[in-house]
Design a protein around this ligand. Sequence first.
Ligand code: C5P
Length: 205
Amino acid sequence: MNEVITIDGPSASGKTSVAKLVAQRLGIPYISSGLLYRAVALMCLLENVSAEEIEKRLPKHRLELQPTPTQNLVFLDGHEVSEALHSLEVDQVVSAVAVRPAIREYVNQVLRRIPPPFVVDGRDMGSTVFPQARYKFYLTATPEVRAQRRVPERGAAFDTVLSEIIRRDEADKHQSAPARDAIILDTSYLDLDGVVQRVLEHIHP
Ligand code: C5P
């Protein structure tokens, strides 16, 4: 198998967990594209500057994503920053970073340099970054179900996580449309294994 498999969807739709397991079952790497946007958001926080300013500073930084069989390691100027990418602070800044076309182009170039095969998750992997991909999926679930899934990861109250998810859905809606040829899976009433099973049913290596 030398394919690119795209799994897109809104925040906390389960796409990263699904992408990891699908990749494991197929014996190929997985890539979480959101980590690169999160790394740019982390740059804003570390340097205490706006998304507009960080866009100008991007050429001065080196951003790399290394897929391992179980996780993605993100390096910023040679330092591993993976652990710092999933805070509420990063959640709050990341959409402002991700709406900027020059930042999107920068992230897309990093992604397109990675040699296939791999499973990649994100918002626009199937529609924009890898339109030629043979297998494209788009996961959905209600905001309440997604918030419930994310509460343990964030260690915050349900209402705080839910309002952050609703705010981010609105902020991300322009880059979050499913590709026209994507298979859409509603995961609200499926567990992780159920979703992975549905995805694998469509893939014929
Ligand atoms: O997937 P994850 O929640 O880690 O993504 C973090 C943020 O990065 C999203 O809220 C969105 O703003 C942005 N993103 C994007 N396009 C992608 C992946 C992520 O705009 N392909």
